[in-house]
Design a protein around this ligand. Structure first.
Ligand code: KIV
Length: 271
């Protein structure tokens, strides 16, 4: 049983204590009020308003098309629902890579309008000026290394990253750099488990994995994937806890039959 379950509000300080005490951090995505309320009430530590909203909410093939205003809309909806979890909003593609002033303005807009607790950005050395400038305004930043979906056009594939020594070494250096400038945590996506463990051991800040093995400080999944709403996405790292697609389709079929057969509404279901 978590010793942190009873705390009123998860902060970045609570997360670093959890790492110190060896308690794993549980993180999930949410994009709307109703889902975020359920996820928060269940006791999740971090809710990520991920730019995966571009895929699972808007039906885009990649995360690239989602805009800053769309992320802000999702962020506001989630924050309204949450009482306990730390809420992190993904900075969308194009809102922080270009120059650090633009990054700062995007991050300030996210924080001012959504009232979220932190932002997340993808990348290491290449975006470090932007990260430092956002941090200088007092905005907590979560890093994201390994598979970085916003760079899909550079790599061309969603396969496991940092299998080769050179890329693994760069990832370790980037992770250390993000810690050094002041990020409060980083996400590592789809990398060898041994590398995930190594990074988590070398960093003081929490390292949250998605397909990075069990040796990191916490785990994150996309809520639509773990609930079995999205059906076509089945990477090895995904554990499905429900088959909600089947449940929803079963319920909708049942409703259709009830309407067509005039079973619904019955006498008690009308005025
Ligand atoms: O956008 C997202 O959902 C993410 C997670 C996969 C970590 O960045």
């Amino acid at each position: 049983m978590s010793v942190y379950k009873e705390i009123k509000r998860v902060t970045t300080h609570v997360l670093s204590e959890m790492k110190l005490k060896g308690e794993k951090i549980a993180m999930l995505t949410s994009y709307d009020f109703s889902m975020a309320k359920l996820v928060d009430q269940a006791g999740i530590d971090i809710i990520l308003v991920g730019d995966s909203a571009s895929n699972v909410m808007a039906g885009n093939e990649t995360t690239l098309p989602i805009t800053l205003d769309q992320m802000i809309y999702h962020g506001k909806s989630v924050v309204r629902a949450v009482n306990r979890a730390l809420v992190v909003v993904d900075m969308p593609f194009g809102s922080y890579q270009g120059n650090s002033l633009e990054a700062l303005n995007s991050a300030i807009k996210i924080m001012k309008v959504t009232h979220a607790d932190a932002v997340k950005v993808e990348g290491g050395k290449e975006i470090i000026e932007s990260v430092e400038r956002i941090l200088s305004a007092g905005i907590p930043v979560m890093g994201h290394l390994g598979l970085m979906p916003q760079s899909i056009n550079k790599y061309g594939t969603y396969t496991v990253r940092a299998k080769e020594e050179v890329e693994a070494q760069k990832l370790i250096e980037d992770a250390k750099l993000l810690e050094e400038v002041g990020c409060f945590a980083i996400v590592l996506e789809k990398i060898p488990a041994a590398l995930g463990t190594k990074v988590a051991q070398q960093l003081k800040i929490p390292v949250i994995g998605i397909g990075a093995g069990g040796g990191v400080d916490g785990q994150v999944l996309v809520i639509h994937d773990m609930l079995g709403i999205s059906q076509s996405f089945s990477p090895r790292f995904l554990r499905r806890y429900l088959n909600l697609a089947e449940e929803i389709q079963g319920a909708v079929n049942h409703y259709i039959q009830d309407v067509k057969s005039k079973d619904f509404p019955n006498e008690r279901e009308q005025y």
